[in-house]
Design a protein around this ligand. Structure first.
Ligand SMILES: C[S@@+](CC[C@H](N)C(=O)[O-])C[C@H]1O[C@@H](n2cnc3c(N)ncnc32)[C@H](O)[C@@H]1O
Length: 319
């Protein structure tokens, strides 16, 4: 079978199984299998595949036809240019979240150069670690903490930090919401919290107030999870998706609990779902936050809230 025949046959097969963009998916799988950039396939259409190549490719196509996400089959994905390993342990990083990470590291870098040599950030619900890794790599003077309720996600995040050479700059902590932290003045560490520093060293694992708190929390209404594409419903962890009855549970928690963990003039940056902008804004305004901006994603849909804690604000630091 030639490269072109393999692509055409698999694209038809995947289309029949309801896979979106089946030709592109077939090309990406084959290119990865052959170790070629996808566009190079076009110069190799007449090349005959070996039996081993055909068998291995067929197995990948079979997995994709069962709606396993492309990224799980390939084993990794790119996030802001960083190679992030993916598995069932954590949400596959989404392109929309790259914008959140970029807003975060740009603000953090400005803050660092303006007035604070050791700026701090917390990525709450770190999943694969993608946001924390991007912040650590793009803002080398920042100290980053990353938490998740899921030990499996944290293990994956630690591996990803090591792979991207920022493990020593991120403190990984397991905990529900802010449970791994205590506001300044209170006892530092709850007995059941286990700090896990990326390089195995325990330097400063608990940062108690942050310049930036950033998060892409679960925001799918519970009842909608069953209606999602199989790639999401059956492969992303439920705890990465489920935002409670109306999808907004985590925004209520942030609005009620985040202020003591934010430095004066610090920023809270949160991703939310398409169509949730007004409800999320109301939740924060009701808790006396100043909503500074609601940013749109690349398809002009409102997806990111930027807020400061009104009662703790000491003026504008830009952003
Ligand atoms: C939507 S995923 C985002 C993962 C990653 N930050 C990203 O953008 O790809 C939400 C993450 O929050 C974590 N999570 C869910 N409930 C949590 C809780 N109560 N406390 C801390 N993390 C939680 C999930 O395990 C999951 O990793």
């Amino acid at each position: 079978m030639t490269v072109l025949e393999a692509i055409q046959k698999s694209a038809d097969f995947l289309a029949g199984r309801g896979v979106e963009s089946p030709r592109l998916q077939a090309e990406l799988l084959l290119a990865h299998r052959l170790g070629l950039p996808r566009l190079k396939l076009y110069l190799n259409f007449e090349r005959a595949l070996t039996v081993a190549e055909t068998d291995a490719f067929r197995e990948w196509v079979r997995r994709r036809s069962r709606r396993e996400p492309l990224q799980h089959i390939l084993g990794s994905t790119s996030f802001c240019g960083f190679d992030i390993a993916v598995s069932r342990r954590a949400l596959v990083p989404r392109p929309e979240t790259e914008l959140l990470a970029e807003l975060g590291w740009k603000w953090l870098a400005r803050r660092a150069s303006a007035n604070a040599p050791d700026v701090t950030a917390l990525d709450l619900g770190t999943g694969s670690g993608c946001i924390a890794i991007a912040l650590a790599a793009k803002c080398p003077s920042a100290k980053i903490a990353a938490t998740d309720v899921s030990p499996g996600a944290l293990a994956l995040a630690r591996d990803n930090a090591a792979k991207n050479k920022v493990a020593g700059r991120i403190a990984f902590l397991q905990g529900d919401g802010f449970a791994a932290f205590r506001p300044a003045g209170q006892v530092a560490q709850a007995p059941n919290q286990k700090p896990e520093n990326g390089d195995g060293d325990s330097e400063d694992p608990l940062l108690q107030e942050f310049d930036l708190i950033i998060s892409n929390p679960p925001y799918i209404p519970s009842a909608e999870i069953e209606t999602l594409q199989p790639e999401v419903r059956d492969y992303d962890p439920r705890e990465a998706l489920d935002g409670g009855a109306d999808g907004l549970d985590f925004y209520r928690r942030f609005a009620a609990q985040a202020k003591p963990f934010l430095k004066p003039d610090g920023k809270l940056m949160l991703e939310f779902g398409d169509g949730q902008a007004e409800a999320v804004r109301r939740i924060f305004e009701n808790e006396k936050w100043i909503v500074e901006a609601v940013k749109e994603d690349y398809s002009q849909r409102a997806r990111i809230l930027i807020a400061t804690a009104a009662s703790r604000s000491r003026g504008n630091t830009g952003g």
